[in-house]
Design a protein around this ligand. Structure first.
Ligand code: SF4
Ligand code: SF4
Length: 238
């Protein structure tokens, strides 16, 4: 419940009465934000460490090889420089295509122009599937990021953000409807659960997959009080 602080509107320059969240609610939000930022930093530092050690390894091999080839008169400095430019260009294009190590869904097409969405009677099936499609992981597009409406996982850029319960941050928990339906990512628009064997064994006959429960992992609490999940996230292109 919100604590309401009354203002005398005529005497105030600050507009109408405002409501402020309970301090406990604030603390929980701050803690969540802190955890998100910490997860993001850990991800960034982990990547940085892994990249640095790979770069060192590759550089050592390259320099050793170049030195040997030059010592034996197989290549000249000029040839090496010219070839280095060409290879550098090729690799830059390749890295750019792959989003430089972060997950991104290709968005050649404007999501608002997408017309291939499947017609599925979700409201008649939600009791069976429990909205499992909104527990799947996928990468957002540049369009989503620029728009800023769809939240991404700070610990795993730029995957859709999931909450503690494993559902997409944007699912309305009771109805399992999408809370950002008009702005939902293109992956959600294009997704068709009818042939997704993680969810349906037989879509027409309304038989859920024996694997459905894998999308609803049970929490396990270890002896030292930590909460573990049995499920790891699915790949970006799942
Ligand atoms: S799994 Fe299929 S039926 Fe269930 S909510 Fe998602 S799209 Fe609808
Ligand atoms: S954005 Fe909407 S449709 Fe897409 S996974 Fe989240 S809740 Fe589901």
């Amino acid at each position: 419940m919100s604590q309401v602080i009354e203002f005398d509107e005529a005497a105030s320059h600050f507009g109408p009465p405002q409501s402020f969240p309970e301090p406990a609610q604030d603390d929980a939000r701050f803690e969540q934000l802190r955890n998100d930022v910490a997860a993001g930093l850990m991800y960034a530092h982990g990547r940085e460490n892994a990249n640095t050690s790979k770069v060192l390894e590759v550089a050592s091999f390259s320099y050793a090889l170049i030195e040997l080839l030059m010592e034996r008169g197989v290549i000249s400095v000029e040839e090496l420089d010219e070839r280095k430019k060409q290879v550098g260009q090729r690799l830059s294009e390749k890295f750019a295509e792959k989003g430089m190590g972060v997950a991104l869904t290709n968005d050649e097409q404007d999501k608002y122009a997408y017309e291939g969405s499947a017609e599925i009677d979700c409201e008649n099936r939600i009791a069976l599937c429990r909205g499992a499609c909104c527990r799947l992981s996928f990468a957002l597009t540049v369009q989503d990021l620029e728009e800023g409406r769809v939240k991404w996982d700070l610990g795993r850029p730029y995957m859709i953000r999931h909450d503690e319960d494993g559902y997409c941050h944007h699912v309305e928990r009771t109805s399992k409807r999408c809370g950002i339906y008009d702005n939902r990512p293109v992956v959600c628009r294009a997704y068709d659960c009818r042939k997704d064997t993680r969810i349906w064994e037989d879509f027409e006959n309304r038989t859920v997959s024996p694997d459905l429960e894998k999308l609803f992992p049970q929490r396990e609490t270890t002896e030292d009080g930590q909460t573990l999940y049995q499920l790891t996230r699915t790949p970006a292109n799942a």
